[in-house]
Design a protein around this ligand. Structure first.
Ligand SMILES: *Cc1c(COP(=O)(O)O)cnc(C)c1O
Length: 408
């Protein structure tokens, strides 16, 4: 038997069934009209932001990284809770606008921004986190041609990375950001151009569970921001400290100690050098905000045996759950938190493999897990599905199409 990841807090059982915000899984499926279905919990999103606010310094703004989950109702719900949104494409700009979010609260990072995306962002007052000198030139040229004042920040490629991070986004040669030593010269050019100078964006990695690693990275980030601001010769208006707070997906993972992170950051922010004394700081979080607030429900279609192993074959799969299948940035496949949603709380009575409906051996949702006996008609829940599920899986693979989504 292989262990399963930890089911996040906040989910309950009603009449032996998984319930989200008091609604039973079968009722949610009936409401959506079909499986597979992503269910996102308004209550868990709200609680997560409240917990972050309580732990982080009051001076720190909290931004949501849209790419984790751009579902419109989730964005609209978060609009009342967070201070800003970070996007990484023109498509995401359209999504935040459709959700009624003020574009002046939005910043746009990401390599390969096309001119049309730059122009759309500039015309709406979005802050551009510039990824190269070439991109800076194009943004300034668009400002000149249109008579608009671009709001420009520089994404810095730091020389350090976030230790224990699932995806390294800083340190050494990278397609992201501008190498730190070239930043002051570009900052001076931007300030001299008359564009609105917005400061730095320094993102060093993702999915870290160690508070110590996050504290260490934030300290290095603040030191780098101070050094670069001084070398640029101007006080820093804004600094995005990145994020990287992870969530427990796998057996043995423990949640980030956000109180420890907040306490350490509070101390650092109390002793900033002059160039940073008026700076507005933010962190940008995607999976930490949305990940545990979502669950993926699919239905068992078939139960079969092969060479002594039991397979529960569902109507879902890696086309919605690439990460849970073990095919998105993982080296060794481990089980996500997975349960039989229609028999939640029933004791495990057998070992079974839960697989998807795609004709590929990669399509696995749980390997050799302990589950109550289940068969066709039962619902399976994959937890930690609120981030990088629907938005980061190949929904069109094998002609399957997207899952339904619901915010409760
Ligand atoms: C992906 C990304 C994030 C969000 O990462 P999470 O692990 O979901 O918190 C934040 N900032 C940038 C620049 C990113 O590329």
């Amino acid at each position: 038997m292989k262990p399963l990841g930890p089911i996040p807090p906040g989910y309950t059982a009603i009449d032996g069934e998984l319930a989200v915000d008091g609604h039973k899984a079968s009722e949610l499926v009936a409401k959506a009209g079909r499986t597979p279905l992503f269910v996102y919990s308004r209550a868990l999103l709200t609680r997560r932001i409240a917990d972050l606010r309580a732990a982080m310094p009051a001076r720190l703004a909290i931004h949501y990284a849209v790419k984790a989950n751009p579902y419109g109702p989730v964005l609209s719900h978060l609009a009342a809770l967070v201070d800003g949104f970070d996007i990484a494409s023109g498509g995401e700009l359209a999504m935040v606008e459709a959700a009624g979010i003020d574009p002046r609260l939005v910043s746009f990072a990401g390599p390969g921004k096309r001119d049309a995306e730059l122009e759309a962002a500039i015309s709406r007052g979005v802050t551009l986190n510039l990824e190269s000198e070439g991109e800076a030139e194009r943004a300034l040229a668009i400002g000149e041609r249109t008579g608009l004042t671009p709001r420009l920040a520089i994404r810095v490629n730091p020389s350090f990375d976030l230790k224990g991070s699932g995806m390294k986004m800083g340190g050494g040669a990278k397609p992201f950001g501008i190498d730190a030593e070239r930043v002051p010269a570009l900052a001076r050019d931007i300030i001299a151009s008359g564009a609105e100078w917005r400061g730095f964006h320094i993102f060093a990695g993702s999915q870290a569970l160690s508070a110590e690693a996050i504290i260490d990275t934030q300290a290095q980030t603040l030191a780098l921001a101070a050094e670069l601001a001084e070398a640029s010769g101007a006080p820093l208006p804004h600094c995005n400290l990145g994020g990287g707070f992870g969530i427990p997906y796998f057996p043995g993972d423990a949640p980030v100690d956000i109180v420890a992170v907040g306490t350490a950051l509070d101390e650092r922010l109390a002793q900033l050098p002059d160039f940073l004394s008026e700076t507005q700081f933010c962190i940008e979080l995607g999976r930490y905000i949305a990940g545990e607030a979502g669950v993926y429900l699919c239905r068992i279609v078939d139960r079969k045996e092969s060479h002594g192993e039991t397979y529960l074959v569902t109507d879902g799969g890696l086309h919605h759950q690439l990460a849970a299948s073990g095919n998105f940035g993982t080296v060794v496949r481990r089980n996500y938190p997975v349960a039989i949603a229609s028999r939640l709380g029933a004791p495990a009575s057998e070992e079974a493999n839960i697989v998807g409906c795609l004709c590929t051996p990669l399509d696995r949702l749980a390997d050799k897990g302990g589950f109550p006996h289940a068969g066709p008609g039962d619902l399976v829940a994959v937890f930690c599905a609120g981030a990088y599920g629907a938005s980061a899986s190949p929904a069109m693979f094998l002609g399957q199409g997207p899952a339904a989504e619901l915010l409760v």
